[in-house]
Design a protein around this ligand. Sequence first.
Ligand code: NAD
Length: 493
Amino acid sequence: MPLTLTRPELSRSQNFIAGKWQDAASGARHPVSDPATGIEFTSVPDSGAADAQAATDAAHAAFDTWRDRTARERAQFLKRWHAAIVANGEDLARIISREQGKPLAEARGEVAYGASYVEWFAEEAVRAYGDMIPALMPGKRMMAVKEPVGVVAAVTPWNFPLAMIARKIAPALAAGCTVVAKPAEDTPLTALALVRLAEEAGLPAGVLNIVTASRDHTPATVANWLADSRVRKITFTGSTPVGKYLARESAETLKKLSLELGGNAPFIVFDDADLDAAVTGLMAAKFRNGGQTCVCPNRVYVQSGVYDAFARKLVERVAALRVGPATRDDSQIGPMINARAVHKIERHVEDALAHGATVLTGGRRLSGDGLEGANYYAPTVLGNANRDMALFREETFGPVAPLFRFDDDADVVREANDTPFGLAAYFYSTDVRRIWRVASRLESGVIGINEGAVASEAAPFGGMKESGYGREGSRYGLDDYMHVKYLCQGGLA
Ligand code: NAD
């Protein structure tokens, strides 16, 4: 199916370097495919080290001029970009749905969510305050000022093709940094459209550069940035193994790093919880984007006294979810991103069954009935999950909710923390003492308390442990793109 847009010029098929749309130096291209069928519908440049280097040259050349603009000028650019994103929201949502597979209604939500970061950092740009430090000796003035770190390289995943890149580029540009970016190989079109809108909003040449690459050529492309001492920061969202690789490889030039990595979120339902609210919270947190979000609950712990009642209510809601093509108005769950993703889900479910789980609903691929392609998976609830299962240790990244039974508060907190990851955690309880005790003990960067929808541009988002470091959004989000410089002036006595 072709991509139909009100403004077809938003569908770009070239890199954007130094203010010019251009092919990869090698001329190579790589396909962009329909997530449901795997069939190619367009292509983008398959860039390499030469393109990455050209992007860095441009970003480096533009840095001094961009940082010297007033914060107000940078903010005004971001406001114009925000307005352009909102005005072209429907086209952007269509591009997201087409390449990523999320239903159109959800894609519209992602546009609003991603745009909110651009607006937020337009507002934060003018608030990068420093400090006047009381001098300890006569005749001195001591100050701490914040300055942009320099050229930033951004590498992003496919699950939120707009929001993940917007919440890196916006604070970087607000801080006065210039950017080189590489979107995920499965979903490059949304990022290219965003850059087109930035161009229309008056982006100066070289300030924001983007290159696309296939899975095979990505390592060489990004390695060029890792080795280049002009690139002062890597901001990455994606899997933990790639995040660790980037941290290792950037050690040689000691770059500043923000790593938003994988998760393995627990969702705990205590026996005093409002069960209907807990089910609603789990539906929102677990099944958004077909379960392909880093903050998706991966392990659902339910206290014994309410286990059966909770399972019954949950199964009723999950079985009613409508799976369908992203383009169909009533679809709630689209196809998974690709065949590899579906294989992983199948492997987790098979392994869980082999270790004693039972299927309460779903548990299989879906086809026919208007579903073209092999990448649809039924929303699934598994009962009797336990820690011997692969899904206890690894992110499933699909619409599968495994229920673990527990009895004791201390035990469940220990179990919830028994993972190298620490991105998100959720729990439901009405006991205020329990709430504060559990919230302080859970080892996660983001905690939903009687709440399944936690993301907001006003909040600091990021992980602990092997889920990474750095924060996106909020006033902390700007600091990740700035250095603190200490100025000491003497001779004033
Ligand atoms: P991924 O790590 O495979 O890919 C992410 C990005 O890294 C892509 O652009 C990819 O091309 C690039 N990449 C892959 N190999 C690379 C290499 N050797 N060198 C340089 N770049 C490389 O992750 P994914 O499958 O696209 O995304 C899913 C993962 O992202 C999940 O683990 C999920 O939890 C995580 N995620 C985390 C957050 C967060 O905010 N913490 C948000 C969304 C997704």
